[in-house]
Structure formats: C-alpha cells, structure tokens
Ligand binder design. Structure first.
Ligand code: SAH
Length: 453
C-alpha cells in the first residue's frame, strides 16, 4: 500500500512552518499572513464546520413524513421528490448544451466561453454519499434524502449519480439496524439514536470511509456492529462514529471517534495522493476534477518563477498540484480540518514550497495587501456564494498578473467578474466543466489577466 511505502514521511520532522504549529499545539494554527522568516502569529481556532456541503434548509421537525410514491416516467423512482437531478431525464448531450448556453449567456458581458468539458459516463460519479435515517409508522427502517427544503425523508435504495458501493453499504446498514435493534433518531421528539450515514469513496484508491452519525455517543454492541458491517463490506477501510446531538440542519456534529481504520481515506488526483477527513471539502466528481484542475493550472501559465496564492484551498489540492510549476504557493482555507489535511498532504507528496494558513480568505488577503505583499497568480475557488468584496479588493491591491477563478455557480462568478473587470482586470476565457451531470449545477474555470499587462 502506498501509505506503508511512504509511512516514514508521516513521522519525519515537519519542514513547513505551519506544520510545526500543529505538532506543538493542535489547537493553534497560523491565521495571519506574515512573510516567510517573520514570526508567525498564532491565534486560537474556533472550529467552524464546512458550511458549504452540509447545509440544508429545513422546515419544522413535526412536518417530517415519508414519501413512498413512484414517479412513472423517470429513470429514477424518486425523481421530482428528492429535489436532486433536475436534468436526469434529459439526454446528456442536451444537458451539456443547456449548461453551455447558461454559462455563455451569464458571462457574455465579460468573455467568450469555450466548449463545455463533459463526462464519458455521466452516472454514479458522486464519491460522497449522504443518507438520512428514519422509520415508518410500522417501525421499518428507511434511509434516503430529505425532500428539498423540508425534513421529509424520501426513501432511496439506489441513486443514479451516487457511487454504487456507497449505496450498497447504506442498504446493508438498514438491515443491521434491524438486527441490532438500534432505533433511528426521531427529530420531532429527540428520541432514538441513529441519524445519518456519510460515505466517501476514493475513486482511484478504492478506499471507503463510513461515518455513522448518532444523536448520542454510545452505539450498543459497537464492536459487533463494526465487525458485521466489515464482514458485509470488506472494502470499507475506515469507520467513524460522529456525534450530532443538536437540532440542526448540519449532518455532522463536532465530536468524532474512529471505530475502525485510520479515520480518513486517501485518493489520487493528478498524480498526487490526498488525505481526506470526514469534514474536509473534497470535489465530489473525481474524474471531472482532474480535468478541471488540469485546465485551471494550464490557464495559470506558470513558468516556475511565480508566487502563487491558492485561496479557498480545501485540503490543498490545486496549490499542491501546481507547486512544481511555481516558485512558492501560499494557500488559505477557513476549515481547520481541511487545513490539517492539507499540511499532511504537502508532506505526503514531498512538497516543500507550499505554506498553509487557516483563515477567512478575505481577511487573509487584506492582511497580505496591507503588508505590501504581492502575488503573480491567484487561484480562487470559493463556495457557491462566491467571493466577497474584502477578498476581491485585496486581490486588486495585490495585483497578480493572472487570476484563475474556479467557480461552482456561474451566477456568483458573473457578479464577481463584474467587480474585477471594473478594477483593472479583463476576463480572457471561461471553460465550463460538467462536474455535476443530471443536476442544474455547472462548474466553470475563468482566466482573468491585468488590463495593463
Ligand atoms: N479548492 C478546493 C476547495 C474548494 S471548495 C478544492 O478544489 O477541493 C471551497 C472551500 O472554501 C471549502 O474548503 C471551504 O471550507 C472554504 N471556505 C469557505 N468559506 C471560506 C472563507 N471565507 N475563507 C476561506 N475558505 C473558505
């Protein structure tokens, strides 16, 4: 296994300054930008969960009900009920065309849009799968998804965009709950135990993480449950127990214990190995992510001499993959778990010219700008809500020659392009990448360059 071969790297004395902070005191990490060589400022981190992926709008818990009807004409029996896959029944070529048109229309005032990069096989691409658990009036355990905007559970047995292994594990967990007499959590009353399952699969590595989310910390017959699950699914490489005792729309709670394995999975992207923890962001479509990153790095036009910023860096992927084409990379990310993964990932891949900062990207960039720093290229990959003026105005002050904006919402991309093109930048090209087939969402990578260059 890859990890065994390079296992030594994990125990080597850390080379990156930011790693040291973690080694010394796990509750502290660099937040403020300081030029290399200057004393790093440490601040206490208050953990904020990754709001991007785990937020769902909820209605009052007493409205929780179960849907069981079948939609006749669709490829999927719960189409129109679960709220995902709005374009599922549209031929894939037509889906691509629709997204292409949407992106070019929105970005028309700024730049031209190239042909969308689609998938060869647009099914079962999601490497992250979530199921909420509940029960019918007769006590039958169900699992599935919330109907959009509600806390109704739509039972799902298999989903056309989810990893098949993940769906099989979820189905078998339902059976185990029955045989172990474990009650599902009732959001109305707060009684019961079992709330959610989150599964992450490594597309290349084949590693599988199962996160069992409970309303309280004790899983009865824990060891036997884990043994039985592993017997049914020997492909599982780690099992985590996560406790979420809050009445919340977030799936994961703060507290976690590892029941089996390492507590994370690893996967490969563009020839690099990445560690992924349960709460860190990781692109859900690995096949398309490799195309997206390759395009983003190509557009950056790196020559090996640049000082690069990777903003909203998650577990460090873009900056680490680009690092051998740059002089140095400065990466910033808000989620402390993702930053921990990113630091390990730098080490794991033997990369020494990337530093990580845990901070709000806008605050961090403002600090850099205020200290008179500069950058040659900025990669920015914000959440769906896009960036903010603090970030964008700081980028303008830092004056990078090129900005590579990776966006998962063309509407907020267009909004941010409006700002940047008013403040010294021109948009050069936009490349849509279909990261989310069967859904209305579309990823775009957009290159901007300084007007005066
Ligand atoms: N570039 C990464 C992550 C992109 S997703 C990848 O391709 O995998 C967006 C990331 O922005 C998430 O990791 C999220 O935790 C982080 N984020 C959200 N708001 C942020 C903020 N205000 N400042 C810095 N990072 C933020």
């Amino acid at each position: 296994m890859a990890e065994k071969k390079t296992g030594k790297k994990f125990v080597q004395k850390p080379k990156l300054k930011s790693e040291k902070k973690y080694v010394k005191d796990k509750t502290k990490v660099k937040k403020k930008y300081q030029a290399p060589g200057k004393k790093q400022v440490e601040k206490k981190v208050s953990e904020k969960p990754d709001a991007k992926k785990f937020t769902k709008k909820i209605e009052k818990p007493e409205q929780k009900k179960v849907f069981s009807g079948k939609s006749e004409k669709s490829l999927c029996p719960v189409h129109g009920k679960c709220g995902g896959c709005q374009l599922l029944d549209m031929p894939y070529e037509k889906q691509l065309k629709q997204k292409q048109n949407q992106v070019s229309k929105l970005l028309k005032p700024y730049c031209s849009t190239t042909k969308i990069i689609g998938m060869e096989d647009p099914f079962h691409y999601r490497n992250k799968v979530h199921a909420v658990f509940g029960h019918r009036k007769d006590g039958t355990v169900i699992s599935g998804t919330y109907q959009q905007g509600t806390h109704f559970i739509v039972p799902v047995d298999e989903c056309l965009i989810e990893d098949k292994r993940a769906d099989a594990i979820i189905r078998d967990i339902r059976g185990l709950l029955k045989s172990f007499k474990i009650k599902t959590y009732n959001e109305d009353t707060g009684y019961g135990l079992f709330r959610h399952v989150l599964i992450r699969t490594g597309h290349h590595s084949g590693q599988v993480m199962v996160v069992l989310v409970l309303g309280s910390p004790i899983l009865p017959s824990k060891n036997n449950f884990v043994k039985a699950l592993r017997k049914l699914h020997p492909e599982i490489t780690t099992i985590i127990l996560n406790v979420n005792n809050q009445k919340t729309s977030m799936i994961l709670g703060e507290k976690e214990t590892v029941l089996y394995g390492k507590g994370y999975i690893e996967d490969e992207l563009c020839g690099h190995t990445f560690r992924i923890s349960s709460k860190s962001f990781y692109q859900v479509n690995t096949v398309q992510t490799e195309k997206l990153y390759t395009k983003a790095i190509e557009l950056a036009g790196l020559t090996g001499k640049e000082r690069v910023i990777d903003a909203y860096c998650g577990i460090g992927t873009i900056g680490l993959i680009a690092s051998d084409k740059a002089k140095e990379v400065i990466s910033v990310e808000l989620n402390p778990d993702a930053v921990k993964d990113a630091i390990v990932n730098a080490k794991r891949n033997g990369i020494k010219n990337v530093r990580f900062y845990q901070n709000d990207a806008g605050v961090f960039m403002r600090q850099m700008a205020d200290e008179g720093e500069s950058a040659d290229v900025v990669f920015m990959d914000p959440p769906r809500s896009g960036s903010d003026e603090k970030f964008l105005s700081s980028v303008v002050t830092l004056k990078p020659k090129r900005i590579v904006y990776v966006s998962c919402d063309p509407t907020t991309l267009a909004r941010d392009l409006k700002y940047l093109t008013k403040h010294g930048y021109k948009a050069v090209t936009a490349v849509p990448v279909d990261m989310f087939p069967a859904t209305e969402h579309c990823e775009t990578v957009c290159l901007l360059s300084r007007k005066d260059k």
